[in-house]
Design a protein around this ligand. Structure first.
Ligand code: FE2
Ligand code: FE2
Length: 257
């Protein structure tokens, strides 16, 4: 099985980039399953039912998210109508933290270092893997994890913690892709951050001037997605269907004007 995991989609520029590139990539790379992080899809903050549908129309199969998924209240009552996850370790929040897409388990977790204090992502991973096993009557063979976290150390930590137990651990949230994609010794594909799908002449997808103003003055600003050329950051992962072990991971980064 061949999976494409795509970094945070930033507002309309990100949605348009996805709509242009993803159908081509799906064909060109013979992709079976597409996961994308949707936490910044609507105006850069959160997700709405309409923008969620746009991602599905572009060819996304499962949407993961992170801390910004709560920014647009419109999505909350509709959470379960979509193949949409929020980090599993938000205790008592609406929505769900893992799902089965066919026989593939997709799990979304969030870090706690320089992030809101939520439940432990390590213990949560154990708990959700057991929960899936109980529900299926057998351990899920193929498991894809989006770990939405700030600190590289915490991401590497979870990668090692889950090595050999899941097919992939990919990081999201920083909006900057990392050059450390590899297969860990136990057969888990790993990358510290996928990056983003959005405007490159920006500060992590956002228009530069208000960000600089906030850094210089400390005053709150209104943030909008930037304009101009965009990039799609992702990784392509090959998984052995018989074992659930990853056999290859490569970065796929594509630009559009
Ligand atoms: Fe994000
Ligand atoms: Fe985030």
């Amino acid at each position: 099985m061949r999976v494409l995991m795509i970094g945070d989609i930033i507002g309309k520029p990100g949605r348009n980039t996805l709509a242009v590139l993803l159908p081509r990539l799906r064909q060109e790379l013979h992709i079976d399953l597409v996961i994308a992080n949707a936490e910044n899809t609507a105006g850069g903050f959160g997700l709405t039912p309409k923008t969620a549908q746009e991602l599905l129309n572009a060819g996304v199969d499962v949407m993961t998210s992170g801390n910004h998924i709560w920014d647009k209240k419109e999505i909350l009552p509709h959470f379960d109508e979509f193949p949409l996850l929020r980090p599993a370790n938000y205790f008592g929040a609406p929505g769900r933290g893992w799902l089965m897409h066919g026989d593939v388990m997709v799990l979304n977790l969030q870090g706690r270092v320089f992030m809101p204090p939520i439940d432990c992502p390590f213990r949560e991973a154990d708990k959700r893997l057991l929960e899936a096993q109980a529900e299926l009557g057998t351990p899920p063979r193929t498991v894809l994890v989006d770990f939405h976290a700030e600190a590289t150390s915490e991401k590497q930590g979870l990668g090692w913690y889950l090595d050999g137990r899941v097919s992939a651990v990919v990081g999201t949230h920083t909006h900057v892709g990392t050059a450390d994609s590899r297969i860990l010794p136990g057969g888990t594909a790993y990358v510290s951050d996928l990056g983003m799908t959005g405007p490159v002449n920006s500060v992590i997808g956002t228009e530069r001037a208000p960000v600089l103003e906030r850094f210089r003055t400390g005053l709150p600003q209104r943030f909008e997605p930037a304009t101009g050329p965009c990039i799609l950051n992702s990784v392509l992962i090959d998984i052995d269907d018989a074992t659930g072990r990853a056999t290859d991971i490569v970065r796929i980064d594509r630009a559009v004007d």
